[in-house]
Structure formats: structure tokens, C-alpha cells
Design a binder for this molecule. Structure first.
Ligand SMILES: CC(=O)[C@@H](O)[C@H](O)COP(=O)(O)O
Ligand SMILES: NCC(=O)COP(=O)(O)O
Length: 251
């Protein structure tokens, strides 16, 4: 990645759909949220079609595929059902994530090293459909090496452990782990995104980290939007990321 390239912001609109699903209404519409996010400066839209459909529905993906002005990053599990759906939609980007129905949110990264042939086949299948595939993995050297071996052009490093760190020591340790992961991944020719649990108070170190291509952020933006409005919440995050990058010595 060119060190002077702007760190991109992918806005995840899953939790606009969480509010809709809470009552089974037609509002708030995540499609409107996605278009508003784009107007406010989002470089792309991320959405996670879960097997339990707790938030995003097929209809949301199908409509957004027709109206988004930037790029769609569709997250889904490595199952035949989801791969077939992704082939039909053929979004610009597909991110393969681990998924367990009982989880509250995505816990941990995809185990690529333990199932390389299965992941390789999924990457090839989606690439043939025209999507750029990323793998949502922990900043674990074995997983990064495996991601490069299976032919994924992009990885997204799971930042949940960093976001949930309770002490500064833990947070700095997680940042060091992510930084080492980014360096290894860039050395292997991978494009490196990051996301999960990023917030207005913890995004700076990731935005300033050399080698980061895009940050995918959703829950915190939707939560902040409850108080300031969605476009404003996106604008603030977009500006925070830009400021952090400008403050970087190499800039
Ligand atoms: C893969 C990831 O970290 C996010 O997309 C997260 O999955 C958001 O969706 P949930 O909050 O339903 O986990
Ligand atoms: N892949 C991470 C993502 O899309 C957003 O995660 P979060 O900000 O909702 O935790």
C-alpha cells in the first residue's frame, strides 16, 4: 500500500437493521443508512448476512447491490448457502468470516490454517464470480501465512481483542500484535484491512498504522448516530481517521 494513500472507511450498517428487526418493521432502512453514509464520506459499505438473519436480510443486500455508489463489502460464513448467494450477488468485495449462531458478535478470526483447501476453494469460487475476497482473521502469523497460501488478495485483521482490552498494557500488547501482523501481511503482498469494535476513542492508532488500507466500523457509528444523526456520525469518524493519518510522522 502506498504510504501516502488515505486510509479508507468502510461503514458497516448491520446494526441499523438490528433496530428494524427488533420490531419487524420496515424502518429504519439500512439501504438509506448506506446511501447517507456514502454521502457523508464512506469509501464503502460493509454488511454481514448472517445465517440467523438477526439483522441484514437478503433484500437489503439485493437492493444495495443496485443502488450503492461506492463499493459493497459483503461479509458471510463459508457455507454453500452463503457462497451461492455471494456468487449470485457478485459484490465488489466478499469477506469470509467465522460464524456461530450462539455468538453475540463475531468472536475471533476465521481459521484458515486449519482448513486451507476449503478456504482456497471458496476464494477461487468467489474470485471467479468477480468478487475480491478478504479473510477475516486474527493477527496470528500462522493465519496470515495461510491466507497468503490460499490466494486471498486481502485480509481483515480482527481488532476485537484490542477494542476490548481493559488495561493500557493489554491495549499496547494488542496493538503490537496487530502491527506485527500488518508488517508480515504486507511483506506477503496482502492488502490489509482491519475492524471490529473500533470506536471514536480507540481508532487513532489503527488509522495511523502504516500498511492499513481500510477500517471497517459499524456498531460505534450506529450507536453515535442515535445522538448526532447518521451522516454526522460518519463524517466525524471519517475526519478522525484523516486526522490520525495526518499526524503520522511519515505524512
Ligand atoms: C465481522 C465483523 O466483525 C463484523 O461485521 C461483525 O460481525 C458485525 O456483525 P455482528 O455485530 O452481528 O457480529
Ligand atoms: N468487520 C468489522 C465490521 O464490519 C464492523 O465491526 P463493528 O464496528 O460493528 O464491531
Amino acid at each position: 500500500m502506498n504510504p501516502t494513500q488515505r486510509v479508507l472507511l468502510g461503514v458497516n450498517i448491520d446494526h441499523v437493521a438490528t433496530l428494524r428487526q427488533a420490531r419487524g418493521t420496515r424502518y429504519p432502512d439500512p439501504v438509506k443508512a448506506a446511501l447517507d453514509a456514502e454521502e457523508a464520506g464512506a469509501d464503502g459499505i460493509t454488511l454481514h448476512l448472517r445465517e440467523d438473519r438477526r439483522h441484514i436480510q437478503e433484500r437489503d443486500v439485493e437492493v444495495m447491490r443496485q443502488v450503492l455508489q461506492t463499493r459493497m463489502n459483503l461479509e458471510l460464513a463459508v457455507t454453500d448457502e452463503m457462497l451461492a448467494f455471494a456468487e449470485r450477488i457478485a459484490p465488489e468485495h466478499v469477506c469470509l468470516v467465522p460464524e456461530r449462531r450462539e455468538e453475540v458478535t463475531t468472536e475471533g478470526g476465521l481459521d484458515v490454517a486449519g482448513q486451507e483447501e476449503r478456504i482456497r476453494a471458496a476464494v477461487e469460487r468467489l474470485a471467479k464470480a468477480g468478487s475480491e475476497v478478504s479473510l477475516f482473521i486474527d493477527a496470528d502469523p500462522a493465519q496470515i501465512e495461510a491466507a497468503a497460501r490460499v490466494g486471498a488478495p486481502v485480509i481483515e485483521l480482527h481488532t476485537g481483542a484490542y477494542a476490548e482490552a481493559e488495561t493500557e498494557v493489554e491495549q499496547l500488547a494488542e496493538l503490537a500484535r496487530i502491527r506485527a501482523g500488518v508488517e508480515l501481511a504486507v511483506k506477503r503482498g496482502l492488502v490489509v484491512n482491519a475492524g471490529h469494535g473500533l470506536h471514536y476513542h480507540n481508532v487513532d492508532p489503527l488509522a495511523a498504522m502504516p500498511g492499513i488500507n481500510e477500517l471497517n466500523i459499524g456498531h460505534a457509528i450506529v450507536a453515535h448516530a442515535v445522538f448526532v444523526g447518521f451522516k454526522q456520525a460518519v463524517r466525524e469518524m471519517r475526519e478522525l481517521i484523516a486526522q490520525a493519518q495526518r499526524a503520522q510522522p511519515s505524512h
